[in-house]
Design a protein around this ligand. Structure first.
Ligand SMILES: [Zn+2]
Length: 380
């Protein structure tokens, strides 16, 4: 099943043009959401590539720039775009393979529909701190003894640093003592530091609170659960570390009732052709591709969270369909929200989601700095 899913993702990737894909000396990461409908048919509903996020100084408060363009995060924003499209279809009397009407205001996920998530490498942050064992046989051979093999335990390094408020700061000791396990981390990057959390932290939140996020919780009755996570490629992988990062930290593996919400986690041996391992390239591609199974603007190419080619001086503002502002417009169109309400105010009004998120943050032990200033915009 997981190989069939990965091949579908690659097929879609191949069908897209070169625009936004890595050049010969570059690599990127690929992620996608796949819908398995109630009859077992599978199709990709959203996809993205990307390895970058913008620094704190480039963050804007009007919701027009996508701060985090790691493939996993951008694929999920495109998944939201797909969901809004499906809600519109159903609202207008059409049929959907994922949602149906609950009553005249709310929607529900169709019984038997499953969501799968593919990513071409381990998510950055906690899930990437996987053990690596080096065997050292440098001991000199004395008295005809066999060389003494000393196993030296170490872990892969992540450039993602713990958030300042997290008590689990990296001790930076030797070998496996370098990183603190379980910390909530800021995405790695050079220069102007980002405020975006690592993909491990964000995926842990999707699993705990639902894929739909705060706004869609006002429209969809139950949290949308992930059925499976497929990690592709030839890079490092450790199931225990992955499970601990994505569900162990939030305590989901603690009780029988919460275990039902845990997605299965699989490794696919198929390697993404533009991954760092397959290309051997050192430089990550600066551009991102975003794709959603929607009526208009299926495909979008972006750089630094903006449409490729858009300049600050262009007369018509063009911002990504995955920006907070665009998603807020889609929400308002289905929900009929008043234009008086700020994006952040509506998010906070989603009481059930807010309660789940509060519980999640408590279990994680820390979370990102307050970013409400970036949620105060309204749409006109
Ligand atoms: Zn990431």
């Amino acid at each position: 099943m997981s190989d069939e899913i990965v091949n579908k993702v690659f097929e879609l990737y191949e069908s897209l043009g070169k625009n936004g894909k890595p050049a010969a000396n570059e690599w990127t990461c690929l992620a996608a959401f796949i819908l398995e409908d109630a009859s077992g048919g599978c199709g990709v509903v959203s996809m993205a590539t990307g390895t970058k996020c913008v620094g704190g100084n480039a963050m804007v408060i009007d919701g027009t720039v996508v701060f985090d363009s790691h493939a996993e995060v951008l694929a999920r924003r495109n998944f939201l775009r797909y969901l809004y499209g499906q809600l519109e279809v159903v609202k207008n009397g059409g049929g959907s393979a994922i949602v149906e009407l609950e009553d005249d205001k709310k929607f529900r996920i169709i019984d038997g529909a499953k969501i799968h998530f593919y990513t071409s490498q381990l998510p950055c942050g906690d899930a990437s701190i996987v053990p690596t064992n080096f065997e050292s046989d440098q001991e000199s051979i004395e008295n005809d003894e066999l060389p003494a093999k000393k196993a030296k335990f170490d872990v892969h390094r992540t450039g993602a640093k713990p958030v300042k408020s997290d008590p689990r700061q990296d001790p930076k000791g030797g070998g496996a003592e370098y990183h603190a396990r379980g910390a909530v981390r800021i995405k790695p990057g050079r220069g102007d530091p980002t405020k975006s959390l690592s993909c491990s932290d964000k995926i842990a939140k999707w699993i705990y609170c639902g894929l739909q996020g705060a706004l869609l919780s006002l429209l969809i009755t139950e949290p949308i659960e992930l059925s499976s996570i497929i990690i592709g490629g030839a890079g490092p992988f450790d199931r225990q570390v992955l499970e601990s990062a994505l569900v162990g930290r939030s305590g989901l593996n603690g009780s029988e009732s919460s275990k039902r919400r845990i997605p299965t986690m699989a490794r696919s041996p198929i390697v993404f052709k533009h991954s760092a391992e397959a290309t051997g390239a050192k430089r990550p591609c600066a551009a991102s591709i975003g794709w959603a199974d929607v009526e208009e603007k299926k495909l979008e190419v972006s750089v630094e969270g903006r449409c490729l080619g858009a300049t600050k001086k262009s007369k018509k503002p063009r911002f990504l369909t995955t920006s907070k502002r665009s998603l807020f417009c889609l929400f308002s169109s289905v929900y009929g929200a008043s234009k008086e309400s700020a994006y952040g105010t509506l998010k906070k009004s989603s009481a059930a989601y807010e309660a789940r998120k509060k519980e999640f943050v408590q279990k994680m032990g820390s979370w990102s700095d307050d970013k409400t200033e970036f949620d105060n915009f309204k749409i006109d």
